[in-house]
Design a protein. Structure first.
Length: 248
């Protein structure tokens, strides 16, 4: 699955596609071997057809997301997308089937450079669990952490990155596991961590990427992270209490 690249947007990536199509067309026109050029333009058309199919699949996936995760009714979805309710419902059903069978609606050509893994620290205290709000909203709320650099372990990355973001030194203690994030496509590594002090006040130190760092209760973090990793949710329920109260 292809991961989101920080700093990009749908508009910038689509603009890049248009530019590369124009460059491919110019190269085809200038190519001295007409037979090879004809083969290339045929492949260009096949790529276009594949893009059309995958864009349709992505539309269905997004329709399912808007219904299942953002709470839109079928009539509301139809109004937002400018479709009939019947067509909107068909898109949602197709998107759900696609997600269950394949997961990622877009095909990775296998030539894209792998993105570094992301390590996240699950830091709990009597005040809740430490969370951050991202400026780019991708995703809006997350746990403290960052990219694992070459030669680092996930624990190394967290003990380096968390103090840079929050001013809180930590010790990583338990690995929950890994998953591909359903929104960004990045490989996420989750570890429980202990703060050096019992419930210290966090500081907002990384103002380039973040605009909030705070302790949150279980109910708050459930609402803010609806696609939270299952093992992390179970850990927080055990530590903070299934009703959203802090365990004593």
């Amino acid at each position: 699955m292809t991961g989101y690249r920080k700093g990009t947007s749908p508009a910038s990536e689509l603009r890049s596609i248009r530019e590369h199509v124009a460059l491919a067309g110019a190269a085809i026109q200038a190519w001295p071997d007409a037979r090879e050029a004809f083969s290339a333009v045929t492949e260009l058309g096949q790529i276009g057809q594949q893009i059309s199919v995958e864009a349709g699949t992505l539309r269905a996936w997004l329709a399912a997301v808007m219904t299942d995760e953002r709470g839109l009714s079928q009539s509301q979805l139809a109004a937002v997308l400018g479709l009939t309710p019947g067509r909107a419902g068909q898109l949602v059903r197709t998107g759900r089937r696609q997600h269950e069978k394949w997961g990622n609606p877009m095909t990775d050509p296998g030539t894209i450079e792998e993105q570094p893994h992301i390590a996240l620290a699950i830091i709990t205290s009597s005040r809740g669990v430490l969370i951050e709000h991202r400026r780019d909203g991708i995703p809006p709320w997350t746990f403290p952490g960052g990219e694992v650099s070459t030669g680092e372990t996930a624990a190394d990355a967290l003990t380096r990155r968390v103090p840079q973001e929050t001013g809180i030194p930590i010790t990583a203690v338990t690995l929950f596991g890994r998953r591909v994030h359903p929104r960004t496509g990045r490989v996420m590594v989750y570890l429980a961590a202990n703060a050096a002090e019992p419930a210290p006040d966090p500081q907002l130190l990384d103002t380039e990427d973040l605009d909030a760092v705070e302790w949150a209760g279980l109910d708050e973090v459930r609402d803010r992270m609806p696609d939270m990793f299952g093992p992390v949710r179970e850990h927080l329920e055990a530590i903070l209490g299934p009703a959203g109260r802090f365990a004593t």
